[in-house]
Design a protein around this ligand. Structure first.
Ligand code: 5GP
Length: 205
């Protein structure tokens, strides 16, 4: 029996560039992760293909999937449903392959409950450091915009608590490298390696 794959969840606040980073990861020929194509009720954008970018569904179809427990997680985001098909994830992990989800934060929290052994990566906005600096050095500023950005930044920082790793998306290529490094390290965790050796010892001796 092959070792179970890793469930990798890339998530983070809206506008942080999750989709861009995910596309960059999958554009590399040596990527071994299996991308879990989500279901959505939003209309396809120009150039998007059903079954490649998303499985495009009606609201009625989506609600049937929810009712029949066919989704590992789902969320309503800007008036549309988005969700992860559970069967694909389960089967692919069972086949020993790593599954990669790129989902918004509400969904990631649901996956955390269902799959606490998953690898949860928070993609952080590149401007966070900058923003923090500004907040610290210009503490007297009461401009509405800055206040609002501070509030958003605070909410964003708080969302990190549910994740294992934080990757700053300052440059897409660097963010991809960091994510790949995290996955490599995760595969080398003692628990995983020890289980593999234990199996080997049972078979070979
Ligand atoms: P978009 O409509 O721009 O493709 O995606 C909108 C948001 O939905 C993005 O933050 C994306 O990460 C998220 N998303 C895509 N697929 C899923 C999914 O299956 N579940 C959840 N919860 N969010 C998703």
């Amino acid at each position: 029996m092959s070792e179970r794959g890793l469930l990798i969840v890339l998530s983070g606040p809206s506008g942080v560039g999750k989709g861009t980073v995910r596309k960059a990861i999958f554009s590399k020929p040596n990527t071994k992760f299996q991308y879990s194509i989500s279901m959505t009720t939003r209309k396809p954008r120009e150039g998007e293909i059903d079954g490649v970018d998303y499985f495009f569904k009606s609201r009625e179809e989506f609600e049937v999937l929810i009712k029949n427990n066919k989704l590992l997680e789902w969320a309503e985001y800007v008036g549309n449903y988005y969700g992860t098909p559970v069967d694909y994830v389960e089967q692919t992990l069972q086949d020993g392959k790593d599954v990669f989800l790129e989902i918004e934060v509400q969904g990631a929290l649901q996956v955390r409950n269902a799959f606490p052994e998953g690898l949860f990566i928070f993609l952080a906005p590149p401007s966070l450091k900058e923003l923090k600096n500004r907040i610290v050095t210009r503490g007297t500023e009461s401009d509405d915009l800055i206040l609002n950005r501070m509030r958003v930044a605070k909410e964003e920082i708080e969302m990190m608590d549910a994740y294992d790793y934080v990757v700053e998306n300052d440059q897409v290529d660097l963010a991809c490298e960091r994510i790949n490094a995290i996955v490599i390290a995760e595969h080398l965790k003692r628990e995983r390696v020890a289980a593999r050796y234990k199996n080997m010892l049972e078979v070979d001796f």
